[in-house]
Design a protein around this ligand. Sequence first.
Ligand SMILES: [Zn+2]
Length: 108
Amino acid sequence: MRTDQEKYCFSCGEAIFSKAEICPKCGVPQPDIVRNKTLNNRWIAAVLLCWILGVFGAHRFYLGRTGSGVLMLITIGGLGIWYLIDLILVIVGQMRDSNGQYVKAQIE
Ligand SMILES: [Zn+2]
């Protein structure tokens, strides 16, 4: 019987736990979870780094933006102003990594 805790495997149709990323029966990754529901670990790390060590530019170093990271470190997060702006940008998913890709909460 299907409940809120269950879904059907995209591949074999077996009822599996709704948050399972991989079907325990056939081992096939569940695309709906991978694409829409899994929080992006890189985003979580960036938010935490920015929140805790943001004035030192830790999130920028993490995302490969070393140049602006050093500048942030020297200016102590732009005396806190740059830090606050960055923190908001990271949380709302408007921060880019060194490849120009936005780091968002959800994988698209
Ligand atoms: Zn399956």
